[in-house]
Ligand binder design. Sequence first.
Ligand code: ADP
Length: 256
Amino acid sequence: MPVLEVNALSKIYEGKISTIALQGVSFRMERGEFVGVMGPSGSGKTTLLNVIATIDEPTSGRVAIDGRELHRMSEEEAALFRRRELGFIFQHFNLLDTLTIEENIVLPLTLDGTPVREMENRSTAIAGKLGIRELMKKYAFEVSGGEMQKTAIARAMIHRPSLILADEPTGNLDSKSSREVMEAFSFLNQEEQATIFMVTHDAVAASYCHRVIFIKDGRFYNEIYRGSNRQAFFQKIIDMLSLLGGDTYDLSTIRL
Ligand code: ADP
């Protein structure tokens, strides 16, 4: 069974002038897959992410995670499902400044009443893999942007959710930190068999994915697979972006 199944998904924002944000989008993700979504500004990426996250309702079509249809659940069921089966990573990290790195990481387990010893074991293990173990007792505001995002990645994964949703995770980082974060991310993807869906504008970040889906005007446009060479994949992504058009890619800041 696929982890994520999106089928004929459409979203229309009704108003004086209605906007078709998504139109018949379908794709699947298998366990352990790392998928990027790219497209020009206004192409429907955020809408897609929000509908998958059950933050927004689709107009028609279906989203299933582990075979369960989110939009058919009651609000309480959906809230519990989100907390247990989804992990979120945001552009602005969304850590709690009044908590330490360790406390931020274990937050999803705290909410679920996991025993302290198990929380410690899991947080130590994941922080070790991300190279942030020595920062555990610091407060979130005392570490760098890259370290904050690694903390957010640990937090999104610690409860072993079915699916991790990342929204522009490198959008607020310099090139060096971006690369470190993406390397950590792809290492954890392999180690933990984490299934990751990432919206990004950043072609370098996207080059760490197994597959990149391109959308345009709310429709599926194309998808490309990485294969073994990340540099070659990066070039294919750049080529696809220039084919796609749109003015939001600042190709002058490209970094490999
Ligand atoms: P992207 O993330 O690719 O920039 P969005 O998903 O944010 O694209 O937007 C897709 C389209 O839907 C755009 O035309 C946008 O203006 C419109 N849209 C997004 N959110 C809303 C909303 N809450 N109400 C009305 N229109 C919206």
